[in-house]
Design a protein around this ligand. Structure first.
Ligand code: ADP
Ligand code: MG
Length: 309
């Protein structure tokens, strides 16, 4: 009795299964894209070919539904399922959508800007959404001039900008927007908060990574040192870090930008001349300033503080 029972269940299950299977096949064959595909490839497809393709057709119908509803469970998010002939059976392929391609392109552009220790709003800065104010106008024009000259001949030396102005006028934002603009033309920029970098350099001594870190920065195709002079520097940072970076960039003729709350003159006299220990070293400060002056043109951005508006 028991054996008969088991057999019965098996048969019922099988029948159940085959009914379900038939239903799925019917459903799949009703799909307008499937109908169209089979029609278009009638000459190449036999009945057996279509039978062999059911699982793929089923996958196609399922994934297309998820794609339309933008369900997160789909096999390849951002890719649209499409049918194609794979020798003698129908197969599914996943084609990237325009939206995905646009996103990937944007990502690629974003990756050309290496922002080290920069706030989020700066990483998202852009020339397209740039709000123009009186104090920003001249600087913006200078930034555009740089882009057009650099684009024309990236191998030649182009002087960068030294954006000077009080807290909150938009110096850092302009650097971020400029880096983004250059990225859109395919150029790579490293934008970094100089005081934070100085702290990291000091820490890197213990980890023995100073050389590598310094190399990566000094060799950046376009370099932007943000907020130079915001913290007092040790003579080591001034001469062996900043000095080395600037020397290399002059030699290699690489574009370099700065932003600072100080004018060039103030930076030299009030900042670079006096070390953390309080020693007065005007000659060393002068050497650094000569390099900065060679690399960048000073632009005044003094105006309103636009933070927290
Ligand atoms: P700074 O570096 O001169 O101290 P920021 O660049 O940090 O000033 O700018 C101060 C604030 O104003 C930031 O919140 C920034 O997002 C905003 N901001 C600056 N410039 C612009 C601009 N051109 N368009 C839109 N927002 C800006
Ligand atoms: Mg700033």
């Amino acid at each position: 009795m028991e054996d008969v029972g088991k057999e019965m269940t098996k048969v019922i299950n099988q029948r159940d299964w085959s009914e379900r299977f038939d239903k799925l096949v019917q459903e799949v064959l009703k799909d307008p894209d499937v109908i169209k595909f089979i029609e278009e490839h009638q000459a190449e497809l036999t009945k057996e070919d279509i039978d062999k393709s059911y699982s793929k057709l089923y996958e196609f119908v399922q994934e297309k539904r998820k794609f339309k509803l933008n369900e997160p469970t789909m096999i390849a998010p951002g890719y649209e399922p499409k049918l194609f002939m794979n020798f003698h059976y129908i197969d599914v392929t996943y084609v990237p959508t325009e939206a995905l391609l646009a996103r990937q392109k944007e990502e690629e552009i974003r990756n050309r800007v290496k922002a080290m220790d920069m706030p989020r709003d700066i990483r998202e800065a852009s020339m397209d959404y740039f709000e123009i104010t009186a104090e920003r106008k001249v600087a913006l024009q200078a930034a555009f001039d740089f882009v057009s000259k650099y684009k024309e001949n990236p191998k030649q030396f182009h002087q960068g900008l030294y954006l000077q102005g009080s807290f909150g006028v938009g110096k850092t934002y302009l650097l971020g927007a400029l880096a983004q603009e250059l990225a859109e033309y395919g150029y790579r920029t490293t934008l970094m908060h100089f005081p934070t970098f100085a702290v990291e350099m000091k820490q890197s001594i213990a980890q023995n990574t100073t050389g590598d870190k310094l190399d990566a920065v000094k060799k950046a195709p376009i370099l932007m040192l943000d907020d130079i002079g915001a913290d007092s520097m040790s003579s080591w940072i001034r001469d062996d870090v900043l000095g080395v970076i600037l020397q290399y960039r002059m030699q290699e003729q690489l574009p370099t930008f700065f932003s600072s709350n100080f004018s060039m003159k103030q930076l030299e006299k009030e900042h670079l001349s006096v070390t953390q220990r309080g020693e007065d070293e005007p000659l060393k400060a002068k050497r650094i300033m000569e390099r900065i002056r060679y690399l960048a043109r000073e632009i005044n951005m003094i105006g309103e503080n636009r933070r927290h508006q």
